[in-house]
Design a protein around this ligand. Structure first.
Ligand SMILES: *Cc1c(COP(=O)(O)O)cnc(C)c1O
Length: 389
């Protein structure tokens, strides 16, 4: 019987936890940095917790199974996961990367990698020909993020994989916004999938964590070497928390998405809102491509108000959401990309990506949907007063 992903989310890690034969339904926390060895010539599966720990291993096996990959890895943060993946490259290698990549990934690629002789070209990944044109003989990696942050740009995963196959480059994809539940990049030919598990997979704004899954064992060995060398592993207690929280990803994500669709439609016709960015709207660029490679529209949307002062009035009038960076929590999170997630980006780069002074991002939580819609309505009304001054 092939099991569906909702079932695997609940049982994947537990099955590994049973491996110690004691039958605990929750994976035990092996709070042990080192492991006893039987004799001078008989070493067990684990020796030192940076290299491997049974709690973390249960999580790593579970995420590999969920993404349909060969090997899984858990990192201290999403950025530890992203940077570890980039570190399998070497001096002289070139990266073609989507221009609306996550702010922290942008910083790593532009400020850290050049010091090691690894160069990059940013491209608008909605333009497949532009991606093909940017590939050079030394291009070793094509890096995608779809839907992207914060304007929910859509990349045609199959088309980019095709370019990578023609040119011999690897493909990485940041799957944070969709989770393995709704977008399965390895099945579309991508080599490495990356998650900030801080977001929907953990889902409670409690821990920071990153996950990586490789399609094959050889790439897995290369990522493992970096993980063990850099040592940015996910701790045992956070691994436990993530295993527990991942069990409810399906119910959380699907409910948050249902409400996000309602909010997007409400905003789309509101006179004060200039533009709504949400893959579920028929008007959204790449809507059809997204529908062909993903089974959900997701629980994050962005929208632009006419100016900085209108956005400011809106934020101060909203009562329910947390006003903060991050997304994917059970509490709705409102954020202001220009000064939060994309503060590390130069103003002219932000402008190119549509990250205007009036742009806000909303991650839908599990509050009552009518409460959320009423909150939007009253805050937009308050903001409209500023707009007409
Ligand atoms: C948050 C995020 C990251 C970075 O993850 P951290 O856990 O904050 O280090 C990477 N990619 C995307 C799309 C994100 O939203």
């Amino acid at each position: 019987m092939s099991e569906r992903i909702e079932t695997a989310l609940i049982h994947g890690a537990i099955r590994e936890g049973y491996a110690d034969k004691k039958g605990a339904v929750n994976v035990p926390m092996y709070l042990s940095s080192t492991f006893h060895q039987e004799s001078i010539d008989e070493f067990g599966e684990y020796d030192y917790a940076r290299s491997g720990n049974p709690t973390r291993a249960a999580l790593e096996k579970a995420i590999a199974e969920l993404e349909g990959g060969e090997r899984g890895f858990a990192f201290a943060t999403g950025m530890a996961a992203v940077s570890a993946c980039f570190m399998i490259l070497s001096a002289g290698d070139h990266i073609v990367i989507t221009e609306d990549v996550y702010g922290g990934s942008y910083r790593f690629v532009t400020k850290v990698l050049p010091r090691f002789g690894i160069t990059h070209t940013f491209v608008d990944f909605t333009d497949v020909d532009a991606v093909r044109a940017a590939v050079r003989p030394e291009t070793k990696l094509i890096y995608m993020e779809t839907p992207s942050n914060p304007t929910l740009g859509i990349t045609d995963i199959r088309a980019i994989v095709e370019i990578a196959r023609e040119t011999g480059a690897l493909t990485f994809l940041d799957n944070t916004f969709m989770t393995p539940l709704h977008q399965r990049p390895l099945e579309l030919g991508v080599d490495v999938v990356i998650h900030s598990a801080t977001k929907f997979l953990s889902g409670h704004s409690d821990i920071v964590a990153g996950l990586v899954v490789t399609k094959d064992a050889e790439l897995g060995d290369r990522i493992y070497f970096v993980q063990n060398s850099f040592g940015s592993v996910l701790g045992v207690q956070d691994s436990y928390t993530l295993i527990q929280n991942m069990k409810t990803t399906a119910v959380r994500f699907n409910e948050e998405t249902r409400v996000a669709e309602r909010i997007a439609k409400f905003l789309e016709v509101h006179p004060l809102v200039e533009k709504v960015y949400y893959p579920g709207l028929a008007s959204h660029p790449g809507h059809d491509i997204h529908a062909s490679q993903s089974t959900s529209n997701g629980a994050v949307l962005s929208f632009s108000l006419p100016s900085y002062s209108v956005a400011k009035a809106f934020v101060s009038a909203m009562k329910i959401p947390v006003f903060a960076v991050s997304l994917g929590g059970v509490e709705s999170i409102l954020s202001y990309p220009a000064k939060m997630s994309h503060a590390a980006m130069e103003p002219e780069e932000r402008a190119k990506r549509g990250i205007t002074d009036g742009l806000l991002r909303f991650s839908v939580g599990l509050e009552n949907e009518d409460d959320l819609l009423e909150d939007f309505a009253q805050a937009l009304k308050a903001a409209a007063e500023v707009a007409t001054v």
